[in-house]
Design a protein around this ligand. Structure first.
Ligand SMILES: Cc1ncc(C[n+]2csc(CCOP(=O)(O)OP(=O)(O)O)c2C)c(N)n1
Ligand SMILES: [Mg+2]
Length: 286
């Protein structure tokens, strides 16, 4: 690895921690507008998004289609609330949009759609297509001699899709070292635990066997995430890269961490205030 743990500065970590807190807070505020949603996923993946957006991604907040940007592809349309929370924190989407989340004519629909939201590169509700789109984009950027990266955030549920593995094989065949997949392993999907629906382990060995440079980290540990992202971005190999992130749904809000079935949650009106207070507590904010 090119970055040792000791070189991850404390100041950098504090900065990322603040971003992760605000991503979680934005997600809770949007969740409260509808009283329900995929809030557990957003809380689980907030640390990953903080490191991606605020340490590595090249973007211009006032010009989301800037040609030199890195592309962040959200395959999992239902995780839109998580990405919106990060786009708001990044200044690509205005904070004023929070109150419109999920309502008719909002630029923040409940499932992510490229035509609606600045910074939403693809429409991703039909699972299993993000990595294939990423392969095409990464090939295209290489042919244009671009030095931009394609990131694709996919879920453990998408590991059940054959199309994901076709894309994984193509990416190494084409030596797409400008493609970074991030797999959110929360061991949950719509019907049950992912491991119960269809066993996915040994997941790191599978990606390695498909020709990818592979990292597996605790996706709620900023230091581990920084190390893996730094290494993935700076690696000089000709392989595509994957960072497998084990995350906890609801992370940072004990009342939601404890929910039994967390794929789509309903939260009582009086619980949102408590959830926000628990989040502040977790970050030592009075
Ligand atoms: C091709 C396809 N099949 C099924 C669905 C229905 N679906 C929506 S979300 C979901 C769960 C997918 O797993 P994951 O993303 O890991 O769920 P989470 O971690 O968010 O609970 C499913 C099966 C879909 N959107 N697309
Ligand atoms: Mg899942």
């Amino acid at each position: 690895m090119s970055t040792s743990l000791s070189r991850v500065g404390l100041e950098d970590l504090e900065k990322l921690k603040r971003h992760a807190y605000r991503i979680r807070r934005n997600a809770l505020l949007m969740g409260e507008v509808q009283g329900q949603g995929y809030v557990g996923q957003a809380l689980g993946v907030a640390d990953v998004l903080a490191v991606a957006y605020f340490r590595h991604l090249k973007f211009r907040a006032d010009d989301p289609e800037w040609e030199g940007r890195d592309r962040f592809l959200l395959s999992i349309g239902h995780y839109a609330i998580a990405l919106y929370a990060a786009l708001i924190e990044a200044g690509i989407v205005s904070e004023d949009e929070i109150e419109n989340y999920g309502s008719d004519d909002s630029i923040l629909p409940m499932s992510g759609m490229a035509a609606y939201t600045p910074g939403m590169e693809i429409t991703g509700g039909s699972l299993g297509h993000g990595l294939g789109i990423g392969v095409g984009m990464a090939l295209g950027l290489k042919r244009k001699s671009s030095d931009s990266f394609i990131y694709n955030l996919l879920s453990d549920g998408e590991l059940n899709e054959g199309s994901t593995w076709e894309a994984a094989a193509s990416a190494s065949h084409w030596k797409l070292n400008n493609l970074i997949a991030i797999v959110d392993v929360n061991d949950q999907q719509a019907d049950d635990k992912s491991s119960t629906v269809l066993a996915y382990e040994p997941v790191a060995d599978k990606w390695t066997a498909f020709g990818w440079e592979t990292w597996r980290v605790n996706g709620n540990d900023l230091e581990e995430l920084v190390q893996a992202f730094d290494a993935a971005v700076s690696s000089e190999s000709d392989k595509p890269r994957v960072i497998i992130c084990d995350t906890l749904m609801g992370r940072g809000v004990p009342l939601l961490e404890a929910r039994d079935k967390t794929h789509f949650i309903r939260v009582d009106e009086n619980e949102w205030g408590l959830a926000l207070a628990q989040l502040d507590d977790a970050y030592g904010i009075k």
